[in-house]
Design a protein around this ligand. Structure first.
Ligand code: FAQ
Length: 311
């Protein structure tokens, strides 16, 4: 019977049809999706911290309102994604446990510090820019709830990206000091942004199988190239330099050539020893513990409502 189910699943994937939560799916497909979707959810939630650090000291009321809204959007993305993961049969409380015990990853990018307000702009421009590059194709991923979550998330991410770029444009029209702040932030975030796409294809254990299953649509290197090609003209327009001496237009390929990120640094960061890993996870753990009374109250309320309905 399993063989027939597997054949039906393969045929649906080959036909670009969506797999829905109640459909039969191979256990390894389910496990891979739980891994990717929950890591993605954790990234959104941990990703609230580097920018969240600047809400209290935003330079104007307008910037504060914008930043608050953006960070709230990220919480929303985390929630959609946890909900999508739950349709695969995992419990969200368990996923949070895995995160705060360091048993599950989240994006490497959020383990770097945000040192000044230009970082808020650069995170919007480069980090949300990289996120969009990676996520737009995922709107066509084979698992229905993940694909549908991506559609809405991408719309909000492109707004976030524009928000960051606009902030930087304004700073670049300012004083020499402000322009220097922007350049410094670009210098620090450029290479970590390239690492967001994951290891080079030759060192990516999951890509091939995930592409066969239609979970991933493109390889890590293809998306990284797309991001570089998209970002270089934006950097020129902004008036900043990208910190890569090997960056050059290749007329033959009609793409930019660029240097190799420091993959040793990447390995360190994803194995928990990046500059901010311990702090990010500790803060998430504290927030989770402090929120215990809210979860208890919400659960008690839901129970009361249910018994009222049953009575
Ligand atoms: N960081 O075989 P692959 C955002 C791990 S955007 C940490 O290539 P895969 C928005 C990988 O998990 C950021 N770990 O893996 C926002 C695997 O380890 P495992 C989130 C990484 O899954 C903006 C191992 O390395 N976006 O949050 C990273 O096929 C601003 C081998 O790698 C997503 O999650 C990394 N960068 O490809 C929020 C997008 N790269 O699990 C706030 C969805 C790789 O076996 C502010 N995810 N690893 O122990 C994906 O597209 C894929 O999972 C990849 C990795 C492309 C990230």
């Amino acid at each position: 019977a399993d063989e027939a189910l597997q054949a039906e699943f393969d045929a649906r994937i080959a036909d670009n049809q969506r797999i829905e939560p109640r459909d039969w799916m191979p256990e390894a497909y389910r496990r891979t999706l739980i891994r990717q979707v929950s890591q993605h959810a954790h990234s959104e939630i941990i990703g609230m911290q580097p920018e969240g650090d600047w809400i209290a000291t935003a330079p104007s009321l307008r910037r504060k309102a914008i930043l608050l809204a953006k960070v709230q959007d990220e919480a929303g993305h985390g929630l959609y994604l946890y909900a999508a993961a739950e349709t695969l049969g995992v419990d969200r409380a368990e996923l949070t446990e895995r995160l705060i015990e360091g048993r599950q990853k989240y994006s490497s990018i959020f383990n770097y510090p945000s040192l000044n307000y230009a970082d808020v702009g650069v995170i919007g421009w480069l980090v949300d820019g990289a996120a969009i590059c990676n996520q737009v194709p995922l709107c066509r991923t084979s698992f229905g709830p993940y694909a549908r979550a991506m559609v809405r998330i991408c719309k909000e991410e492109s707004f976030h990206q524009r928000q960051g770029y606009e902030l930087l444009m304004r700073m670049m029209e300012g004083t020499g000091g402000q322009r220097a702040m922007v350049q410094d932030a670009v210098d620090r975030w450029w290479w970590p942004s390239l690492m967001m796409f994951g290891p080079p294809d030759a060192d990516s254990p999951n890509t091939q199988q995930s592409m066969t299953w239609g979970i991933k649509i493109d390889t890590n290197d293809d998306l990284r190239q797309k991001f570089v090609d998209m970002t270089v003209p934006q950097a020129e327009k902004l008036g900043v330099t990208l910190p890569d001496p090997e960056l050059a237009w290749n007329a033959e390929r009609e793409r930019y050539d660029f240097g190799e990120p420091d993959w040793n640094e990447f390995k360190q960061v994803i194995s928990g020893s990046g500059p901010k890993n311990a702090e990010r996870v500790a803060r998430r753990r504290t927030a989770h513990e402090k929120g215990a009374w809210v979860r208890e109250a919400a659960t008690a309320y839901a129970r009361k409502q249910q018994s009222a309905r049953e009575a």
